[in-house]
Design a protein around this ligand. Sequence first.
Ligand SMILES: Nc1ncnc2c1ncn2[C@@H]1O[C@H](COP(=O)(O)OP(=O)(O)O)[C@@H](O)[C@H]1O
Ligand SMILES: [Mg+2]
Length: 391
Amino acid sequence: MVSATRWLVMIMRSLLARIMAFSFLSTVAMVSALALIVNYQVSASFSNYIYMYHGSGMHGMMRGGDMAAMMGGDMMAAMMGRPEIEFLASFRQSLTLVAIFMTVAGAAVSYYLARSISTPVLNLNKAVNAVTKGDLDITVSDSRKDEIGQLAKSFNSMAASLKSSNVLRQRFLAGVAHELRTPLAILKANLEGIADGVVIPDAAQVGSLTEEIDRLTKIVEDLRDLSLLEAGQLRLEFSSVAVNDVLADVVNRIKPLADGKSIHLALALPDKQAVAWADPTRFCQIVYNLVVNAIKYTPVDGTITLSATAEGDKAVVSVADTGVGIPPENLPFIFDYFYRVDSSRSKHSGGSGLGLAIVRQLVNAQRGTIKVNSVVGQGSSFSFSLPVKPS
Ligand SMILES: Nc1ncnc2c1ncn2[C@@H]1O[C@H](COP(=O)(O)OP(=O)(O)O)[C@@H](O)[C@H]1O
Ligand SMILES: [Mg+2]
């Protein structure tokens, strides 16, 4: 008895069994109630009929219905002829058959209903388990137009976004490994050469090794900034930033680099300068990264123009160059980690492909936006906007 109860409890834990049992029991209850009512009504009408035709002499004062209700089954039976008895029996037989048919149909409908709800739920459960085990390629059918279809669609888009972030993570790790490998290999080869006495550690040699270490340090610092930015944990000190002053300052600091390539740095600033609400150091870092890129990707004798405008409640800064430009098919990716349009050329110029990723994260962290326009062979223009100081 105990094990039968436990068995029943276990079965009833299943959604399929519960929906089926609930729906089936409702059908049985409805059919039984219907059969009882019909049986009662027909019996009552039939009793009236018998009474009116066979027993009208008795209790002449009572109405047929009351009489029928008062008559016992035996009395009724005694009054009925063979045709009446046969009619009543065949009616009850038909009623029983209809009730059985409706119960079977109810069971079939209950099963269908329960399956149509529980099967997609079970499929979703299987898919969730597969995702937990790391299979991110799995999808479930989302062709239904109801709530279960919506749930399936949400699941599919969640699996797709998990997959894309997984791909990004793998690409990121591969990028880190790739970027660290080269300077480390150079350092190792040189140190081995010095140890073997093949390389003499003169000032130039030490200088170039220090450069490699600087490169490594820069990558590690950039990665640290990026991870803090992604986690929303980079501390930003917001204050008023006089945009014209910052641009003039960056131009002064970077002029020697531009002069080395005979690149002309131009400033196009409004008389009334915009005042952005940002972290001054990070604001400088954004402009600096953009200008360094512009110098890197602009041939000798080119021009780089830094401009600033106030547009509504935004301060907009642009860095435009007359450089090599970026092909349209590469434009969507230039803000990705370690992405370089021409890796051999960028490598030569010392970039790791993290500069623009940092720029975008810094702009976003300061509630701004960044966009780029570029034409191959003519130049590129990066412009970002940040909120102005709230009044
Ligand atoms: N001003 C520019 N002109 C042309 N190409 C650019 C410019 N700025 C960035 N790029 C392209 O975008 C890529 C990503 O830039 P960035 O993230 O700063 O990496 P890098 O370390 O190579 O400078 C660069 O490798 C380069 O191909
Ligand atoms: Mg760069």
